[in-house]
Design a protein around this ligand. Structure first.
Ligand SMILES: [Zn+2]
Ligand SMILES: [Zn+2]
Length: 208
């Protein structure tokens, strides 16, 4: 495997979008296309990847406002955990609440399952709490976690929005994420990257 990965902030709330894949097979994924579709598509083309899926850590507006554009351009299906369907369906209300221009998005094509394998060696981990359908994605060989808004550098996702559950968030982080290899890099939903070990010892809200 010749793994490549680029993560960069997109959209009105600077959500971290990740494009990754295997240059040997040419297969890749786009995670959380929250905006700036032209930048995402340019990254996909520069890396020479054929996108197998457009995958979402959850359905807050800032993580999927470019899903339709990326789908139209790549032909890849949209994936979401079913627990966040109610949020995906409420995109217009979410945009109103956050003062962000609304653009309609297509429905998800497929529902993600806990422990589902992705190509390129990835695996879905259902991590409810920030939202009921929040999912993280772990690439074991690369020791890489895409955590969405579940875990941040020194912090955790808010649980005061519809469907948020602080107990579930704590359980997801302690029982699922903190059992991964401590050396794993964590791409968070917003802001800088961190590592599992760093958060196990220093997170201000949930420690191991
Ligand atoms: Zn969120
Ligand atoms: Zn977010």
């Amino acid at each position: 495997m010749n793994f490549v990965r680029e993560s960069f902030p997109v959209g009105p709330l600077q959500c971290n979008c990740t494009v990754l894949g295997d240059r040997d097979t040419g297969t890749g994924y786009v995670f959380d296309p929250g905006g700036h579709p032209e930048r995402i598509i340019a990254t996909v083309e520069r890396l020479g990847l054929k996108i197998a899926g457009i995958v979402h850590t959850h359905a807050h507006l800032d993580h999927f406002l470019a899903a339709g554009d990326v789908r139209r351009h790549t032909g890849a299906p949209i994936w979401l955990h079913r627990g966040d369907k109610f949020l995906w369906d409420a995109l217009e209300q979410q945009c109103l609440a956050f003062g962000v221009p609304y653009t309609a998005q297509p429905d998800p094509d497929h529902w993600l399952e806990d422990q589902q394998d992705l190509e390129c060696g990835g695996r879905c981990i259902h991590t409810p709490g920030h939202t009921p359908g929040s999912a993280s994605f772990y690439f074991e060989e690369q020791k890489l976690l895409l955590a969405g808004d579940t875990l941040f550098l020194g912090s955790v996702g808010r649980t005061d929005l519809p469907g948020g559950d602080p107990k579930a968030l704590q359980a997801s982080i302690q029982q699922r994420l903190y059992r991964l290899d401590e050396a794993s890099s964590v791409v968070t939903g917003h802001g800088p990257e961190t590592t599992i070990g760093n958060e196990m010892r220093q997170n201000a809200f949930v420690r191991a």
